[in-house]
Design a protein around this ligand. Structure first.
Ligand code: HEC
Length: 114
């Protein structure tokens, strides 16, 4: 690999690293494709409770709660007991298809950044 290509690679990784650091404070970009495929916005909005708690309410509730993100990722993939009312979230199979652990992680990171 030429020197020029290496420097591009290094510059890119530095950019990614900076974006990662920033994510602790700023909102993470919506993973739109996943959100559409899983119809998240059919029931949720960012800031107003609708058929489901808003993503901001969810982020506020679980911010600083140990293991909350791991719990939410499992919940998105496999379902679980309702935490907000009587209605639990539908399973991925009813939302648009199976959800990988990696994609569940992306979605939860995004929800928690709101
Ligand atoms: C058919 C409606 C519907 C869809 C579609 C939906 N949700 Fe939900 N979601 C709900 C309801 C209802 C609740 C409240 C469940 C409860 O009481 O725990 C909820 C709760 C949640 C919670 C909090 C769970 C908890 O244990 O507190 C998260 C996080 C969440 N949704 C993320 C998502 C994401 C991300 C998507 C898209 C992948 C999505 N939801 C799609 C209805 C929906």
């Amino acid at each position: 690999m030429s020197y020029a290509r290496w420097s591009i690679l290094i510059a890119c990784s530095a950019g990614l690293f900076a974006a990662g650091l920033d994510a602790a404070h700023a909102r993470i970009d919506e993973p739109t494709e996943l959100v559409d495929q899983q119809h998240c916005m059919f029931c949720h909005t960012s800031d107003a409770p609708f058929l489901a708690p808003s993503f901001r309410q969810i982020a506020d509730r679980y911010r600083g709660v140990p293991n909350a993100t791991a719990m939410l990722e499992i919940k998105l993939r496999k379902g679980g007991r309702a935490h907000w009312g009587d209605t639990a979230m539908p399973l991925p199979s009813e939302r648009g298809g199976p959800l990988s652990a990696e994609d569940a992680h992306k979605l939860v990171e995004w929800v928690m950044s709101q």
